[in-house]
Design a protein around this ligand. Structure first.
Ligand code: AHN
Ligand code: ZN
Length: 331
């Protein structure tokens, strides 16, 4: 081999290494090459759990439909291998009504110290006070998106955890009486403070386990509508900025950036507020926020239209797979 040939061969070898290195670096940073660690989230299954809840009718405290759906949720979570506790309580609504309410707590890996809390509300609103037709304002709503969607996604996560346990322990809580908040047509509240989130306020003061703690919490609220957009909600950023970043980064890695918008959103009074402020578990709210609406929520929010026609399997999949991935990445 001549000096010149050695020089050419070396140059070509270096060029080859440079090319392959460049390629490798690029591959590890693109979304397509991200290797998920969680099992597949089945959106058909989640959809069926949403549909089943809606089929009970209005899940309003003090009704037979509410009791029947609550019993179904307890039975299903037991079937999915969870240790289930029911927290029954009587709560006072804004108008003085005594609500027979029940929080449902489904635990996985109870021997594990490191825990993650996942939650959603399972009750539905007795008023459609955002409906375009004022004649509907005092009518109840089905809550396919507002209520059943978050619970349906968490039920599917429970079903999956039975087949393959994540490294951390997980507690799933279905909170009651979130949506009995003061309606637009009421003049004043007979109770002090937040008229929404009554079940989560109660649990935050009296958790099912004394001094219950989790590393962090994730609330799912209105996570089933077509075209959902999840912004980084303000209270979530204030109390759990690192959790917001973890969840939105994971969604991006899974190519769900269309749903998980990388922009800041306003604050929402929701079940994560007492969990942050009273129980002091850093918690975020994944909630569908719509800039084009005056009230800021999806078009059928608190109207007669919140039924199964709103529900998109694509949205359920994006949220379910993202939350599942966050849980399975946790060590
Ligand atoms: C308020 O309307 C104050 N908060 C919205 C919380 C909510 C109601 N989520 C579902 N329904
Ligand atoms: Zn609501």
């Amino acid at each position: 081999m001549t000096i010149k040939n050695i020089y050419i061969t070396t140059c070509m070898a270096l060029l080859f290494i440079a090319c392959s290195c460049g390629k490798t670096t690029q591959n590890t940073t693109t979304a397509e090459s991200y290797q998920k660690v969680s099992p597949d989230f089945n959106a058909d299954s989640a959809y069926a759990y949403v549909d089943k809840q809606v089929s009970f009718g209005y899940r309003i405290p003090n009704t037979a439909e509410h009791v029947a759906c609550g019993d179904y949720l307890v039975a299903e979570m037991k079937r999915f291998g969870a240790e289930v506790q029911e927290q029954k309580m009587v709560l006072t609504a804004y108008n003085g009504t005594k609500l027979n309410a029940r929080n449902i707590i489904a635990s996985y890996g109870l021997d594990k110290k490191n825990r993650v809390l996942l939650f959603a509300h399972w009750d539905t609103r007795p008023y459609s006070d955002q409906d375009a037709d004022p004649a509907n304002h005092k009518k109840p709503l089905l809550g396919a998106n507002d209520g059943a969607s978050g619970v349906g996604v968490l039920m599917e996560i429970g079903r999956i955890m039975q087949t393959k346990a994540p490294e951390v322990g997980v507690d799933i809580i279905f909170f009651d009486a979130e949506d009995y908040g003061i309606p637009d047509f009421a003049e004043k509240s007979l109770i002090e403070g937040n008229t929404w989130c009554l079940g989560s306020q109660y649990w935050s003061e009296k958790p099912h386990v004394p001094n219950y703690k989790a590393r962090f919490g994730i609330l799912l609220d209105m996570v089933g509508a077509e075209g959902a957009t999840f912004y980084k909600e303000e209270i979530s950023r204030a109390y759990a900025a690192n959790v917001v970043e973890k969840v939105w980064r994971t969604a991006g890695q899974l190519s769900y950036g269309k749903f998980f918008i990388g922009k800041d959103g306003g604050g929402v009074t929701d079940d994560h507020v007492p969990v942050n402020q009273i129980r002091k578990i850093p918690s975020i709210d994944i909630i569908d926020y719509r800039q084009e609406m005056d009230h800021g929520f999806f078009h059928s929010w608190h109207t007669q239209k919140d039924d199964m026609r709103n529900i998109s399997k694509e949205t359920l999949k994006a949220v379910g797979q993202t939350v599942l991935e966050v849980v399975y990445k946790e060590k």
